[in-house]
Design a protein around this ligand. Structure first.
Ligand code: SF4
Length: 215
């Protein structure tokens, strides 16, 4: 007989397999072509949609091409340049601080090091996991954003409500190489079907696997 833990793992993996079939294409997410752009875009995406971030960074990445450019920027000008992403005063400080730290400690390159990334202003665990996974293909943990935070408990994949505890529970259920995929598929599903107030359970491919949908 299979243990409860292995049954839970099997159910979790079935969830992800179904989502992978349902959403051949995930996103949209923050667009980037270098680790620096990914870091900047991810910092800007706090409390802002990825679409809006991408509109802003189209111009921003043209103007600021290196860590030094952010370090040298006038805060007032940087604030104007990122104004549309919201919380622009804090975010401008984060970007300037990030540029300065990159120049001082890492010769302007984004470090391939989870713990080092946590020292950057505006970078918490979720952002650091995303940078590590997308820029370096190193899967350090499940990035828990607002969609993962909502959907994982609905699906009974965690009993917790706190970001770090949810991440731990998910990391025990999925193999490392799926950590980013969990994040991206839950986000896509959370935007389309498992929306915040009134999830569309009747048209959800996960209905038979979901305790919330079968209350
Ligand atoms: S059945 Fe409902 S609550 Fe469960 S994942 Fe689907 S939409 Fe979300």
């Amino acid at each position: 007989m299979r243990s409860v833990q292995s049954q839970e793992k099997a159910r979790a993996r079935k969830v992800l397999r179904r989502l992978k079939v349902e959403y051949k294409k995930t996103g949209p997410f923050v667009e980037w072509s270098t680790p620096l752009e990914l870091l900047v875009g991810t910092i800007l995406s706090a409390q802002c949609t990825d679409e809006r971030v991408n509109r802003v960074t189209k111009r921003l990445f043209h103007k600021y091409r290196s860590a030094q450019d952010y370090a040298d920027a006038s805060l007032e000008v940087l604030e104007q340049d990122i104004y549309q992403t919201g919380f622009y005063r804090s975010k401008a400080k984060y970007l300037k601080g990030t540029g300065a730290l990159l120049v001082q400690k890492y010769a302007g390159e984004v470090p391939n090091d989870f713990e080092a990334l946590l020292a950057f202003p505006g970078v918490a665990r979720k952002t650091a996991h995303i940078i590590m996974a997308k820029a370096f293909r190193v899967f350090t943990g499940v990035p828990v954003d607002t969609h993962v935070l909502r959907i994982a408990p609905r699906l009974g994949l965690t009993k917790h409500a706190e970001q770090e505890k949810i991440a731990k529970d998910l990391e025990a259920l999925f193999p490392k190489e799926d950590y980013l995929s969990v994040n991206e598929h839950f986000i896509t599903h959370g935007r389309a079907v498992c929306i915040p107030r009134t999830p569309r359970c009747e048209s959800c491919v996960l209905l038979d696997l979901c305790p919330f949908g079968n209350r």
